[in-house]
Design a protein around this ligand. Structure first.
Ligand SMILES: Nc1ncnc2c1ncn2[C@@H]1O[C@H](COP(=O)(O)OP(=O)(O)OP(=O)(O)O)[C@@H](O)[C@H]1O
Length: 747
């Protein structure tokens, strides 16, 4: 990271930093002294330090040139594209033109030193995805086999299918762990369909559910439903159905009344129906499947799961239980111990770490789960290249934009998913990029060739969207060859979105398990894929946290990401200068990054409403940041955020006052005051809820849950565990809860 440190630090060190230079080695001692001095200045004020203004003078020639360029870029090539979104901000282009001269940001000053990344190289856990065994080797109905072959176009089984299907067909409970994108859905769907079609007394629609499949998100419910529906093609008498939040309850009720035999649902929606629909009976349940079991059994769903298990256990005791996930943590295993009857533990994990040969069939028939100390080592697809980059907060926005430009403008057929901490952040960056980046093609949006619009096809997905739009986006991104999906963790679990080439994590996930699921949206079923985790220098230790779970990431230097800007003619501006000064050296990279940042800042500062919109997004980020779990607080702590620098990544020129860090500190102070305790906890809870998608639907659902608790709804008494009859409330106590794990999602 020496080069990056050099680039960033020397800009901050002295006036000479503004002069053209190379990326040769950093001067850490001097830099540290400077950083200390800056820190002292910053402590004195919550705003940007006076040094900032002074350094603005230091940088003036380069900055002025960049500002002029930015103005030209706006007024000349791209102004039309940037015309304000009336519905969003309600200002006219005319107003914007009356704005005073653009002040360009000082991106490369006062940045923290980028630490050397001492990442331990760990041997990742390997799994082999495919086996050479064909489905027809299994004792399945011939029509089911031909459906798998012809409708799903699959002939040979994956490892997890080879191990799970026979065990489940024997009637055993099972706990299944295998890497993301390895075919777990069919591993449970095939045995369910096989067993139900083979029942002696033919299933009637009006019998109601024989199989209940619980999944954490609506999109996953829809996806699993589609798979079941395909498998059921030859068995038309078995009716599948899906219940998910956001759909019309009335029509769901009508479908339930008619009868659904394989019921796929999100927990929240099923609870709604249990409480309000008389027609839902569980007396014939033979299968209870918890897909993404670790998420489903997490705190956010605890109450819902309690209600569901109570309702199911009240009517039926004899059934098969299956728990599946790519990240079976210790907590889930312990839970499985108390809830499953003599379960078979299936793990595809190659005990010899990649030494077995699928052709030789060296996979054991059923591999037990690894011992406890190995359980936290998650398998990652071998075809997935993982990267990390350390980026100072001020450069985060331009770095992400540069990465998008690199992939989507200069490379072909790229399909990218970018994860953010909260719904508000997704909305903010979606609109910001939508209004600014396509303009970097140099042609107004209205006159762009179709290729440009497909290259920059921005989509967003989060829990605050209307269900209709959510489904439309999910379908569109699924079927598209290219595109950039900005999303929360709503898209992290289970979604099978074909041909995704890059996963970008703009904000770090709350746990290594979530990291695994996020990156698992690419490199599925043997395909290649890559991921990029963006961390601030103060967050560098997160890499060690990943390494402790045997997750290996290689570093990309921030200047390598930014260097693509020198390829972008649109950021060149029409600056007078020699060819030499335009060479792709560090000075030119800085200049163009400043031009790009100016594009964002101008957009944000073109009206008061946009400024307050950006401030709200910043506020949401700080709230969300405050909810990282306790065990990660030493890495992600609001106190380590420099508000002025973070503000830059929202296109804000100055740090807003009375926001975030100081406010959070004040709230912490309140903890000692019992009279304020309740109120503070409420706020903390809200922040926690805002943390990710599993928060969606937020306030309403929290209020609803509170109300329900107050009125002690029937079925909310402690329930029985999945099978053993132990109170399910004990289930919750088994697990160490962290605020961040308590993502509340009543989808
Ligand atoms: N035997 C098979 N042959 C070829 N493709 C398969 C096979 N089984 C499943 N697939 C495909 O692999 C992809 C991933 O499957 P699936 O979504 O079930 O993975 P998963 O293990 O549940 O992943 P995650 O842990 O992310 O939920 C899907 O597109 C599915 O159609």
């Amino acid at each position: 990271m020496a080069a990056a440190g050099g680039l960033l630090l020397r800009a901050a060190e002295s006036p000479a930093a503004a002069a053209p230079e190379t990326l040769s080695g950093p001067r850490p001692a001097q830099a540290r002294r400077h950083a200390e001095a800056t820190k002292r200045k910053y402590r004195a004020s919550s705003e940007a330090p006076p040094a900032k203004r002074r350094s603005a003078v230091v940088f003036l020639p380069a900055k002025r040139a960049a500002a002029e360029e930015a103005q030209r870029t706006f007024k000349g090539k791209a102004q039309k594209t940037f015309s304000p979104n009336e519905s969003l901000v309600g200002v006219s282009g005319k107003n914007r033109e009356q704005k005073p001269c653009i002040r360009t940001s000082s991106l490369f000053k006062n940045n923290p030193e980028i630490p050397e990344l001492h990442r331990p190289v760990v041997k990742q856990v390997q799994e082999q995805v495919f086996t050479s065994d064909a489905f027809h080797k299994l004792d399945l109905h011939p029509h089911l086999i031909s459906t798998i072959n012809t409708v799903l176009n699959m002939t040979s089984m994956t490892s997890v299918q080879k191990q799970s299907i026979p065990v489940l067909l024997e009637g055993r409970d099972a706990l299944v762990r295998s890497q993301t994108g390895s075919g777990k859905t069919l591993a449970y769907c095939i045995p369910v369909v096989q067993s139900l079609q083979a029942m002696k007394s033919k299933i009637q629609r009006s019998d109601g559910p024989y199989a209940l499949v619980l999944v954490p998100t609506r999109e996953l419910a829809l996806q699993s439903f589609n798979t079941v529906q395909k498998l059921l093609k030859p068995f038309t008498w078995i009716v599948p159905g899906v219940l998910m939040g956001g759909e019309r309850k009335k029509s769901e009720k009508a479908r339930l009344r008619k009868g659904i035999n394989i019921l796929i649902s999100t927990p929240g929606r099923l609870v709604d129906h249990i409480k309000s629909t008389k027609n839902i009976h569980f007396s014939r349940i033979r299968w209870l499947i918890l897909d993404e079991a670790d998420r489903i059994l997490d705190l956010g769903f605890e109450k819902d799961i309690t209600v569901i298990l109570n309702a199911v256990n009240a009517e039926c005791q004899q059934r098969q239980n299956v728990l599946l996930s790519a990240t079976l943590t210790e907590g889930v295993t312990r839970l499985a111990d108390i809830s499953l009857l003599d379960p078979v533990q299936i793990s595809v994990l190659d005990q010899h770490h990649g030494q077995s040969d699928p052709e030789q069939g060296t996979l054991p028939e059923v591999s037990p789960l690894p011992p406890d100390d190995e359980l936290d080592s998650f398998a990652i697809p071998g075809s997935l290249d993982q990267h990390v980059t350390l980026v100072p907060s001020k450069l985060k926005l331009v770095s992400l934009a540069a990465f998008i430009l690199q992939k989507c403008k200069f490379e072909k057929d790229q399909k990218m998913i970018i994860f953010f901490l909260s719904c508000e952040l997704v909305e903010f960056y979606y609109h910001l990029f939508l209004r600014t980046l396509p303009a970097c093609s140099g042609v107004p949006a209205s006159r762009q060739p179709p290729s440009a619009s497909t290259r920059f096809k921005f989509l967003r997905l989060h829990g605050n969207m209307e269900q209709e739009e959510r489904t439309a986006v999910f379908e569109e991104f699924s079927h598209s060859k290219t595109g950039i999906l900005l999303c929360t963790d709503v898209a992290a679990r289970g979604l099978d979105l074909p041909q995704v080439t890059w996963i970008v994590q703009y904000n770090a996930p709350s746990s290594p398990a979530e990291y695994i699921h996020r990156i698992g949206r690419t490199a599925r079923i043997g395909c290649r894929g890559s991921s990029l985790l963006i961390l601030a220098p103060s967050e560098a230790e997160y890499v060690n946290s990943l390494a402790s779970h045997k997750i290996n990431v290689s570093e990309i230097h921030v200047e390598d990401i930014l260097s693509v800007l020198t390829r972008d003619g649109c950021l060149k501006g029409s600056r007078r200068g020699t060819q030499k000064s335009r060479a792709a050296g560090p000075q030119e990279i800085r200049r163009r990054a400043t031009v790009l940042q100016t594009v964002f800042e101008d957009y944000v500062h073109s009206s008061e409403r946009r400024v307050s919109w950006a401030k709200k997004a910043l506020q949401s980020f700080i709230r969300a940041y405050a909810t990282y779990p306790r065990e990660l607080k030493h890495i992600f702590h609001v106190r380590s955020l420099h508000l002025g620098h973070v503000a830059k990544s929202f296109g804000l020129r100055d740090a807003p006052q009375n926001l975030g860090v100081s406010a959070v500190k004040r709230r912490k102070g309140n903890l000692n005051r019992p009279d304020l305790h309740k109120k503070t906890r409420g706020k903390h809870r809200l922040a926690e809820i805002l943390r990710s998608e599993y928060s969606s639907g937020i306030e309403a659902s929290v209020a609803k849950v509170k109300k329900q608790n107050k009125h002690a709804a029937p079925g909310s008494q402690p329930c029985r565990a999945i099978r053993t009859g132990r109170p399910a409330s004990a289930v919750g106590k088994q697990k160490q809860r962290s605020p961040c794990n308590g993502k509340t999602q009543r989808d």
